[in-house]
Design a protein around this ligand. Structure first.
Ligand code: C2E
Ligand code: CA
Ligand code: CA
Length: 649
């Protein structure tokens, strides 16, 4: 910040305004440009906008005040006083905004930022003094009695020096903050900001040496200009497609969190361009992207971002605008694109989001957008899938569960527990084994079903940890209950790719438990997804003594002959086979005799009533699992249940 050192100048006509007037014109142009340019309403942009406005007012007042000090006869003493007072007010707002700006650019937490506001106390003192009547004179005064004398009508009070000190203080503070928070600020931004500060200091030094030149405006306008370039074009445009890039999307996400405005998004994935690149070359590929960028930006009232190679995000304020754009996109991509005289078939698919994403920080916002394809199922016949408030809610619940799982796992599996559901063997009239089923209770989310949290754990790479917990806990359980013949455990399909057979065997043996006591349940879907890897895993495990069951049989579309070739000892029929219809019955009947011949045991799951039980018995099923006999029980309840059975026998 640079000052007009009026009191040091004896010749009232000595001010050199022309630099200040040029700077003012420049700043006004920059202000107009910033109004016309489409900008995200982020806190950084708001503070920056405020800095430009303050800059314009400050420089304008600087010129006017200097003229009025030079020509006191033109206006009344009061008016002159008012103009100079307003000028001195705006002198300190710019350095204050500069400091706030750097705090927002570094996006530090609101709590830390509030603490940093402590540094506004020195400027507060100055403003207080300037704005409260008798004390204003401590800063400056206008005295028309000096007209015609050698003295300037502008008199500086003892607090005037405070303006210098505080301005220097903010320049220094901004520099120190820039250095301390350098990891949180982009390199380019650091460079621009550092350069701005150095320029301000240089201008200040020149002004001190040559007080007749007014350089406030030069310093402000240069500082605003290079930061404006940094904010608007500083690596925000994608050079290929011409739309905003991922960096801009980060800024946009930040602004949406502060001021949610664009609640309607289209996330559009364009396909086939890799093929165009490899067949016709990158230049043609780039032309295709350029056309796509132009097309997507043509709807108006929207922001377009290219956030990855083939993914665009288009943000709208208005739902109708989004639907209209969606129709246009579908229609446009239905036909070939003509680029460089060649027709290209380009596909477009994705999602459209209606509603508040509810992200509290940029990472959550970006994660929401990037994870949509994993989180939202896409029907084959739809090119764009709607992500409404219900799906958003489900995604955020999944996220909360993921967080809860991570925390619980890190806290030594706090909230996890194993339950055991006895399985009844009809011919022997006893419960000879049971299935271990995991339970998870969270202090805030309550009881969460494994049907809900296991798929989440699989998606976020936590399933393996859970499997090991299951293995260790069931080993302890079997250690305590040596009379149990064997136990079924469920293992996630995510395991098979790494073949943990050696590790599993080592864990089981470390508890002194025989691998023969374990039946590993693998879902039918997993057998379809990882056929070769599963086969290898099973082979290694069976060698060690483990047995395998195929779970939820009848829910997938597995190749029956392939399954029969694989070494499953048990097939667990899904409860859908309990439905009293001819097809289910016929399949069960024929499968029962076939599997018996192959010495594969059959378990039917989900038997809840006496009728169902009788019916299964008639069909010759060996094992019954279901609420009819018992729900899954915790360890104590399981012990009680088994004691009671023994007593009955
Ligand atoms: P699943 O392996 O098919 O387990 C059987 C599910 O059916 C259990 O649900 C059980 O409580 C339930 N069930 C048992 N009898 C009846 C009945 O008569 N009627 C009805 N309606 N349901 C019955 P649960 O415990 O909620 O588990 C759901 C799924 O979560 C399991 O299906 C399994 O796929 C998965 N899961 C459970 N525990 C584990 C585990 O330790 N590891 C892994 N990887 N997955 C697990
Ligand atoms: Ca199971
Ligand atoms: Ca099952």
């Amino acid at each position: 910040m640079v000052f007009r050192l009026a009191s040091t100048i004896q010749d009232p006509h000595a001010y050199n305004y022309w630099l200040e007037v040029c700077a003012l014109l420049f700043l006004v142009c920059l202000l107009i440009r910033s109004i016309v340019d489409k900008k995200f309403v982020s806190k950084v942009n708001i503070i920056f906008g405020a800095a430009i406005v303050c800059g314009v007012i400050d420089v304008l007042l600087d010129v006017i005040a200097a003229v009025l000090v030079d020509h006191p006869d033109a206006v009344s003493e009061r008016f002159n006083f008012f103009i100079n007072g307003t000028f001195y007010f705006f002198q300190l707002t710019f350095p204050c905004l500069l400091y706030s700006f750097i705090l927002y650019v570094a996006s530090i937490s609101t709590k830390t930022r509030r603490k940093m506001y402590f540094f506004f106390i020195p400027s507060g003192l100055y403003f207080l003094c300037l704005l409260t009547n008798p004390f204003t004179k401590w800063v400056f005064d206008i005295n028309y009695a000096n007209v015609g004398t050698e003295n300037s009508i502008l008199i500086h009070g003892p607090m005037f020096i405070w303006l210098y000190i505080v301005t220097f203080f903010y320049v220094a503070l901004t520099t120190v903050t820039l250095i301390i928070l350098n990891k949180k600020i982009e390199k380019q931004f650091q460079a621009t900001m550092g350069f701005s500060l150095a320029f301000i200091v240089a201008m200040l030094a020149i002004q001190l040496l040559f007080p007749r030149y007014l350089l406030t405006g030069v310093a402000i306008s240069f500082c605003c200009w290079i930061n404006y370039e940094q904010l608007s074009t500083g690596d925000l445009k994608d050079r290929v497609s011409g739309v905003y890039n991922y960096n801009a999307f980060l800024n946009y996400a930040k602004s949406e969190i502060d001021f949610p405005r664009h609640r309607y998004l289209i996330i559009c994935h364009v396909g086939n361009i890799t093929k165009i690149n490899s067949t016709f070359g990158f230049l043609t590929g780039n032309h295709v992207y350029k056309q796509i960028g132009n097309f997507l930006a043509s709807f108006g009232n929207n922001f377009v971002f290219r956030i990855s190679n083939s993914r665009f995000v288009i943000a709208f304020k208005d739902e109708e605008d989004m639907h209209r754009a969606l129709l246009l996109i579908k229609a446009k991509f239905d036909h070939p694109w003509e680029v460089d005289g060649i027709n290209f078939d380009i596909t477009a698919d994705g999602y459209y989001v209606k509603g508040d994403i509810g992200a509290s920080n940029t990472t959550d916002y970006i994660e929401f957008i990037s994870n949509l394809e994993y989180k939202v199922k896409k029907p084959n016949d739809e090119t764009f899938v709607c992500v409404d408030q219900i799906s958003i809610h489900k995604i955020s619940r999944d996220k909360a569960i993921e967080k809860a799982l991570r925390k619980a796992i890190d806290n030594d599996f706090e909230g996890f527990e194993m339950n055991y559901q006895p399985i009844y063997e009809i011919t022997k009239n006893k419960f000879n084994h049971s299935e271990a089923l995991i339970r998870f209770t969270h202090p805030e989310l309550g009881k969460i079903s494994p049907a809900e949290f296991i798929p989440i754990a699989e998606q976020c790479g936590l399933a393996q940890k859970i499997d090991r917990y299951v293995l260790r806990t069931t080993c302890e359980f079997l250690q305590k209950h040596p009379s149990i013949d064997f136990l079924d455990i469920n293992i996630s399909g995510a395991e098979f790719s790494s073949n943990p057979s050696k590790e599993f065997t080592r864990i089981v043996k470390s508890y002194g438990v025989s691998p023969k006591k374990f039946v590993i349940e693998v879902t039918e879907t997993a057998t379809i997804e990882y056929p070769e890897k599963l086969e290898k895993f099973m082979k290694d495990m069976i060698k060690e003594g483990f047995a395998f069951a195929i779970d939820d049989f009848g829910t997938g579309y597995s190749n029956i002959s392939r399954i029969l070739q694989t070494s499953f000892s048990i097939i667990k029929f899904d409860k859908t086979f309990l439905a009293a219809n001819d097809t289910a019955e016929k399949i069960l009947e024929s499968m029962t005799s076939l599997l018996k011949n192959l010495k594969i045991s059959i378990v039917i799951e989900g038997v809840e009533t006496k009728e169902q039980y009788e019916h299964m018995k008639e069909l010759g099923i060996e094992y019954i699992q279901g609420y009819y006999f018992s729900k899954p029980l915790n360890e104590q309840a399981y012990e009680k249940f088994m004691d009671k059975q023994e007593a009955v026998a």
